[in-house]
Ligand binder design. Structure first.
Ligand SMILES: [Zn+2]
Length: 70
């Protein structure tokens, strides 16, 4: 998969938790988002991975606010 990385309009992924909170952290690959979500989710908490592009409202808000947490 690495060799065929395309660069189309900043596609990336976010974790959306079951309480509909969108995680601020962008992931370049869906697999990475799934892996982290699986590690940090609480028991019985569900999530879905959402795809965003350069028009991502979450990243825009994050960039304009500056980092609030790491
Ligand atoms: Zn984003």
């Amino acid at each position: 998969m690495e060799h065929s990385r395309s660069n189309k309009s900043e596609i990336h992924y976010h974790i959306r938790w079951s309480n509909s909170l969108l995680d601020w952290k962008p992931f370049p690959k869906k697999e990475e988002a799934i892996e982290l979500a699986g590690r940090i989710r609480k028991p019985n908490e569900s999530y879905m991975i959402v795809e965003r592009d350069s028009e991502c409202e979450k990243c825009k808000a994050f960039k304009s606010e500056g980092k609030t947490s790491e």
